[in-house]
Design a protein around this ligand. Structure first.
Ligand code: MG
Length: 410
């Protein structure tokens, strides 16, 4: 690798800095800045803003360690000591942070629909977004993609499977490629891999009343609670199929998923001539984070490296649609368009909250989402208000199915 003289500076705002992806992004940035200091990377990252949900202690700790003054906190339960910082507080705080603090890249790592507004704001301003929040695209893909196309901003996938697809497509295009540019026309099919989650090959009956701690025990990936539970229902893969539909401009017939317990192959891209290009890597989120930050260049790895000989075998299995109904729900939502994605996403978020609170059995999460999707009518999505309306209807519908009062499970 050639030496870089006079590294360029990229100003970054990290939304969701206290979460799992946020913390790993800080590690990757520290690593890349060390490389820049040594002349091994051409980009130095300056963190100019941090946003968190409610963990103000961790946010302030990060801000002090990094010398960041501009902060956003979505919910503050108690009065805060704001001295020394420029604090924004409230649900629109991440949006105001982006509007008020100039930056070159936003890392969108807020979990759930709460991350939509700020990602959309960055794209409206023409700022590239390294996107870890899949719910943004699932709930409002049409709006998000249209906004990025209009402003010319790029959507750099951080979700490992989409980072995999992106890297396969980069290898096929002569110019630097990034969504929302549609995938090249020679692409027949994209297959995402799913680890199968915390419950591996156990039957539906065996996992019907699985405990929260068991659902959170993922064999390969270290992630936040929501995505780990989504991995166990394969709802995570369902959301990712919808995410891939929007990111790469592929329809439902061009998308698929397969169980791959080792999580080494992240995505496979099949071309018209039958050739399949796959992306492999250790199951470490720091790798896709680094790719999104460093693109279109590639610096020395921060993540673990792959030792393919040590692995010996890679296994792939078809997904049983009876055990994992989430996958077919995703395909229907892609075909239905309109508010179907927003409904699926909100019903799932709410059902997972009820599971975490002990009010919905684990084995009912996906069935609950399916029944909400079947009950609600699909409306067109033209504005953010349409997304929030569909989201609210779906949550209400879940609450009716599992009232939060004791003994209210059905
Ligand atoms: Mg993923």
């Amino acid at each position: 690798m050639g030496k870089h003289i006079g590294a360029q500076t990229k100003r970054v705002i990290i939304l969701g800095s206290t979460g799992s992806i946020g913390a790993q992004t800080l590690q990757v940035i520290e690593h890349l800045n060390t490389l820049a200091d040594q002349g091994e990377s051409g980009t130095r990252f300056e963190i100019v803003g941090l946003a968190a949900g409610s963990n103000h202690r961790q946010l302030i700790k990060q801000a002090n360690a990094l010398g960041v003054r501009d902060l956003a906190l979505a919910c503050a339960d108690n009065p805060l000591d704001q001295s020394g910082f420029n604090f924004r507080i409230g649900s629109d705080a991440p949006r105001r942070l982006i509007e008020e603090v100039p930056c070159d890249l936003v890392v969108g790592a807020i979990v759930g629909i709460a991350g939509l507004d700020s990602v959309l704001c960055a794209l409206e301003l023409g700022i590239d977004v390294a996107l870890a929040n899949k719910e943004t695209l699932v709930a409002a893909g049409a709006l998000v993609i249209e906004t990025a196309r209009k402003s010319g901003a790029s959507l750099l996938p951080v979700d490992s499977e989409h980072a995999g697809v992106w890297q396969c497509l980069c290898a096929m295009t002569p110019e630097p490629y990034a969504p929302p540019m549609p995938a090249p026309g020679c692409i027949e099919r994209v297959v995402l891999t799913a680890s199968g989650g915390s419950f591996g090959t156990q039957s539906r009956d065996e996992i019907m009343h699985a405990k929260l701690a068991d659902a959170l025990n993922h064999p390969n990936w270290s992630m936040g609670a929501k995505v780990t539970i989504d991995s166990a229902t394969l709802m995570n893969k369902a959301l990712e199929l919808i995410e891939a539909h929007w990111l790469f401009g592929l329809d439902a017939d061009q998308l698929g998923a397969v169980i791959h317990p080792q999580s080494i192959v992240h995505a496979l891209v099949e071309c018209a001539d039958g050739s399949v290009i796959a992306q492999l890597g250790a199951p470490d989120m720091k790798a896709p984070i680094q790719h999104a930050l460093d693109w279109p260049t590639r610096s020395q790895a921060c993540a673990d490296r792959l030792d393919i000989a040590k692995l010996g075998t890679l296994d792939f299995q078809e997904i049983d649609p009876d055990r994992f109904p989430a996958i077919n729900l995703a395909m229907s939502a892609i075909r239905a368009e309109g508010s179907a994605g927003a409904i699926l996403n909100a019903a799932n978020e709410r059902a997972v909250e009820h599971f975490i609170a002990g009010q919905l059995p684990f084995g009912q999460i996906d069935h609950c989402v399916a029944s909400v999707l079947a009950e609600l009518s699909i409306e067109p999505i033209n504005t953010l208000a349409d997304v929030y309306a569909a989201d609210a209807r779906a949550r209400e519908c879940v609450d009716q199915r599992c009232p939060s009062k004791a003994g209210g499970m059905r």
